[in-house]
Design a protein around this ligand. Structure first.
Ligand SMILES: Nc1ncnc2c1ncn2[C@@H]1O[C@H](COP(=O)(O)OP(=O)(O)OP(=O)(O)O)[C@@H](O)[C@H]1O
Length: 380
């Protein structure tokens, strides 16, 4: 290649070849040459022409070109801004999703984290498998645990990992079954349906202390104006998909639906679409859920987000101070084994000072006070 042109601003830089220039790529020992061809004269857009020995035709069409297009698709998705949609009546309204959480920054039990990542990876690769066994290509996760243990952060980390948009469904905004149906059908390929605090969605009065349902958007997400700049995930019209299973009378108010009924409803709606979709339910009170939902096969994976353990603390310390060790660590490890403290509380303590020594000392004092402060906060 004689010349490489660099264009674009900010983080998005594009490197390109001059017209007529070419470069050679070697794939599994075979040479593939790409030449930049001007559109003028050919009455078409500028393009890249691929040249290779004819004997490698099978490899070119069967392996090489698909691997290039997959890499392009992956890069495109990485660059694409994610969005979070919220329901308004029977349609979705989207805003930018800038939540920084990733699996690297998430403080949680390492084996659980690895199991979840492996499960997500397996799910992505299994389109053909789901088609063969006649099941909707979807995966359901139930995240449970006390407030402040990172359930919402985990939802964001999953979205960032998969590069899927989030659809945060507030069931209290849904009046009719038909509205719910339209919303669910309106979710495009590669999307995540999230219903937070499901224990209070299905029994409005059961939540202790009457905690208001928090939506993801109200929690931590960056805000922006809605629909520009999104990539593939457009809300689609419901008219071109048909509904085969409708467990409720369409005029009946949705509140009469059970959680397990909702899952059947979703299964019916999505069973034939062949789209990749993830469902995430969160709750602080797993024991209050409809037992039918907890039976094997209903939600594919139950993920417990617990109090801050030693490994989770180390992740937070790395996030905040880039440290893997500190003289106060042994004391903190001992205290964490005795005191129930959420990652949110630990994060809050670490945020108080930019100096690791001061912040960690503050955390030791906080944990010590919690330990002395009452039976409630001490692990039994
Ligand atoms: N496991 C965690 N890893 C990293 N940060 C965490 C974790 N848990 C909590 N945090 C911090 O605490 C804040 C609140 O946590 P988050 O909203 O994710 O908890 P939650 O379990 O969803 O709480 P709730 O049940 O009240 O909705 C997060 O923005 C994050 O800064």
């Amino acid at each position: 290649m004689r010349r490489l042109c660099l264009s674009g601003a900010g983080a998005r830089k594009v490197m390109s070849m001059d017209t007529g220039d070419s470069m050679t790529d070697v794939f599994e020992g075979v040479r593939f040459t790409w030449t930049s061809v001007s559109g003028e004269g050919r009455k078409g857009p500028d393009s890249l022409e691929l040249t290779f020995d004819a004997e490698h035709m099978d490899m070119a069409l069967g392996t090489y070109v698909p691997s290039i297009t997959a890499a392009v698709e992956q890069a495109r998705r990485r660059d694409c801004k994610l969005k979070i949609f919220m329901n308004e009546g029977s349609s979705w309204r989207g805003i930018s999703h800038n939540h920084p959480a990733t699996f690297d920054t998430l403080a949680m039990d390492p084996p659980t984290k690895q199991a979840l990542i492996a499960d997500l990876d397996r799910f992505l690769k299994r389109k053909e498998y789901y088609r063969r066994i006649g099941k909707a290509w979807k995966r359901g996760y139930l995240l449970y645990g006390p407030p402040g243990t990172g359930k919402s952060s985990l939802v964001a980390a999953v979205a960032n990992y998969l590069r899927f948009n989030l659809y945060d469904l507030d069931l209290s905004e849904v009046r009719y079954n038909a509205e719910l149906q339209k919303l669910l059908i309106g979710m495009p390929n590669r999307s995540i349906l999230v219903i937070e605090d499901i224990d209070c969605c299905f029994s409005a009065t059961s939540r202790e202390g009457g905690k208001e349902r928090k939506t993801l958007a109200r929690a931590d997400y960056g805000h922006g104006d809605d629909d520009s700049d999104d990539c593939s995930n457009k809300v689609v019209s419901s008219s071109d998909e048909c509904l085969n299973i409708l467990p409720l009378n369409a005029n009946m108010e949705w509140q009469s639906i059970t959680l397990s009924g909702l899952l059947n409803f979703i299964d019916g709606l999505w069973s034939t679409s062949g789209k990749e979709r993830v469902i995430i339910f969160t709750t602080n009170y797993k024991d209050r859920l409809d037992p039918a939902l907890l039976r094997p096969g209903r939600m594919d994976m139950h993920v417990y987000m617990g109090y801050c353990g030693w490994e989770a603390f180390r992740t937070l310390a790395r996030n905040y101070f880039l440290v893997d060790d500190h003289p106060l660590f042994p004391e903190i490890q001992e205290l964490l084994a005795e005191v129930e403290v959420t990652p949110a509380e630990v994060s809050e303590m670490l945020l108080r000072n930019e100096d690791a020594d001061i912040a960690l000392l503050g955390l030791v004092e906080f944990l010590t006070a919690k330990k002395q402060g009452g039976k409630d906060s001490v692990k039994s």
